[in-house]
Design a binder for this molecule. Sequence first.
Ligand code: ATP
Ligand code: TYD
Length: 241
Amino acid sequence: MKPDSVLYEGKAKQICRSDTPGELMMRFKDDITAFDGKKHDVLEGKGRYNAQVSSFFFEYLEGRGIETHYIRMETPTVMVVREMEMIPLEVVVRNVAAGSMVRDYPVEEGTPLDPPVIFLHYKDDSRHDPMINDEVIITLGILPPEELDILKETALAVNMHLSAYLDECGITLVDLKMEFGRSDSTIYLADEISMDSMRLWDKKTGKSLDKDLYRFDKGDVIAGYATVVGRIAPEIPGGGR
Ligand code: ATP
Ligand code: TYD
């Protein structure tokens, strides 16, 4: 992956051209940001942990019939993915009330949400990813109703598979954010599934094992990320700290 092949530099990942048409290289960086990029640090090893958890879960979901952009790992921090036309939505599924839900609505942190609740955000940093609803999505032509239904069904299925797996590892999947893309006429789960995009609580202690460690200075971020790696896939080198 040559430096001049970078197509897009995001806050946490770089998207690079690949020699194979229709494929992209996604490099997970050690940069970590919060609050619209106002807080920013570089934590050695963070990119590798997020890449490895993402690849583990993309493969796991593929095995359960979910279409994902994942192709293979090129190196421990570089994932080869199918090139997508990204759908500008952040699809959040919540199993337990936390984060902005507790900030914006009269519900206590830790309240179980059964069935899980979907929140949709329009992906636009300059507008601070505002919440959006089905009507606005359809009116603006972001997605037709049939595709919006597929996207929501897929998001709930992903949440169900990940919750069940993480539960076996002693981890509560509190919420997660997904992004989807389109290639030909198929909708694929894209982007990442990592400690930056999921809120994870240790089932025994209730302690955070995700980016909240960084957002709110709750403890050693890398130790938390390593704990998740060690629990979900102990064979990954460096996991289980
Ligand atoms: P945010 O943190 O709000 O997602 P960002 O652009 O800084 O914004 P990064 O994760 O650093 O986020 O960058 C990754 C970018 O790649 C995102 O814009 C994401 O939508 C896009 N992306 C993810 N998967 C694919 C794919 N398969 N094809 C094309 N683009 C993709
Ligand atoms: P949320 O509670 O809405 O926001 P925050 O974490 O900033 O308080 O987030 C719900 C989950 O979705 C949480 O695990 C973080 C993730 N998420 C992102 O990764 N990116 C986003 O742009 C949004 C809105 C959420």
